[in-house]
Design a protein around this ligand. Sequence first.
Ligand SMILES: *Cc1c(COP(=O)(O)O)cnc(C)c1O
Length: 428
Amino acid sequence: MEKKPILTKEQIQEITKTYPTPFHIYDEAAIRANARALNAAFSWNKGYREFFAVKANPNPFILKILQEEGCGSDCSSMAELVLSNAVGSTGEMIMFSSNDTPLEEFAYCHQLGGIINLDDVTQVDKMAKACGGFPETVSCRFNPGGHFTMSNGIMDHPGDAKYGMTKEQLFRAYRILRDGGVKRFGIHAFLASNALMEEYYPRLAAILFKLVVEIKQELGITLSFVNLSGGIGIPYYPDEEPNDIAAIGAGVHKAYDDILVPEGITDLAIYTELGRFMLGPYGQLVTRAVNEKHIYKEYIGVDACAVDLIRPAMYGAYHHITVAGKENAACDHVYDVTGSLCENNDKFAIDRKMPKIDMGDYLVIHDAGAHGYAMGYNYNGRLKSAELLLKEDGSVQMIRRAETLADYFATFDCFPVFDELTEDGGMK
Ligand SMILES: *Cc1c(COP(=O)(O)O)cnc(C)c1O
C-alpha cells in the first residue's frame, strides 16, 4: 500500500513555526473513517463493540474521538482506567483486560462499573474480595497453549504466553463465578499480534464459539459476549496490503452462523479490543535531519530518537520513512537514520534506500500512531515530543505538549536544588 504522509512539506514548515520537531501527528478524519468501517463490518452483530486498547495511544483527545465513534476503552492499569473515566467512558464502556493485577485496580474498575476480564483462576477470589462481592458481569481469558496455526503455518505460541487460563481452569473459574452469583459472562483470547491475514479473527472466533457451546452444555451457562481482543495487523511495509475489515467481519459472521446458530445461540455479542488497527496508520512521527556523518556507512542524524518511537530499537520493526517534498524522488541513496541515544540500536532505518537527504529535510516516519508515543521512555534524559492532531477542518491542535526538563526532574523534588527548577528546567 502506498505510504502517504499526513502533512505536506509546506504544512510541516508552517506547523514548525509553532511546534518544533519532533512531533507526532494524528489524522482525525482517517481515524474516524477507519472506526466507521470497523463498526460497519460488525454491524450484523447487535451487541458489537470495539473497546479501544488504551495502551496503544493513551491520549484523552484520541479516546474522545473514538468514543464519539461508539468505542469503549480496553484498560489494563490504574492510569488507563483514570484516563477512560476522564473522557466519560465508564460502566460497560470499560473492558479491564489486565494481568498480574493489583487489587486496588479491580476495586477501581468495579467502582467505575467496568467489565473485569480475569486473567487467571487465582484472581477469582481476589477480585471478589477487592470488589466486595462478585460483580454482575465477569469475563475470563483463555489460553489454549501449544501453537496457534493458520493456513500458512505457525502464527504464534500461546503456550509460551503468560496470559490466560487453561481450559480446565477456565471451566473451574466459570463454575465459581456462577455459584457466586455472576449473571453475565464473557470469554476472551488474544492469540496473535499484528496478524496481516483476514483468517485470524474468524479462526479465533471459531475456537471461542466452540467453547461457548461446550460451556453451555457442561455448565449451563450461556455466555453473553465473546471478546476477540486485539491483534488485527497493519501493513508496515509498502509492499504489504491492508486487511479488509469487511471480509474479517464477514468471516466472523460465518463462524457465528456455522457454530452458534445451530445451537440456538443467537444473541451473543462480539467485542474487540483493537489498538494497532485503530490508530497505527493514522499517526506519524515528524522529525528533521540535523546531522550527517560519513564513516563506514552513511548516517543521517535526526532530532527524534527511540524515546519517541521505540519499535525499531526494541523489535527491529520496520517503519517506512518518506522525506517530505521528495515523495517522488528516486531512492538512489542508502542511509542509516539514527537518533541521538547512546545505544547503537537507536536507528529508525538501517541500510534504507532513500532519496538524497539534505540537512533540514523533514522525515516522516509512518505507522507510529499505535504503540508509538505510548511506548516512549526517557533514556539518556531525552524528553518526549509533543502530539498534534490534524483535525477534520484542516486545523492543527496540540493534544499533548512536549516534555520539559522540569518534567524530567519533577520526581527529584526530594533533592535540594531540583525543587527550585524553572519551567524550562534551568536553575534559578
Ligand atoms: C495489547 C492488547 C490489545 C491491543 O493489541 P493490538 O495488537 O494493538 O491490537 C488488546 N487487548 C489486550 C489485552 C492487549 O494486551
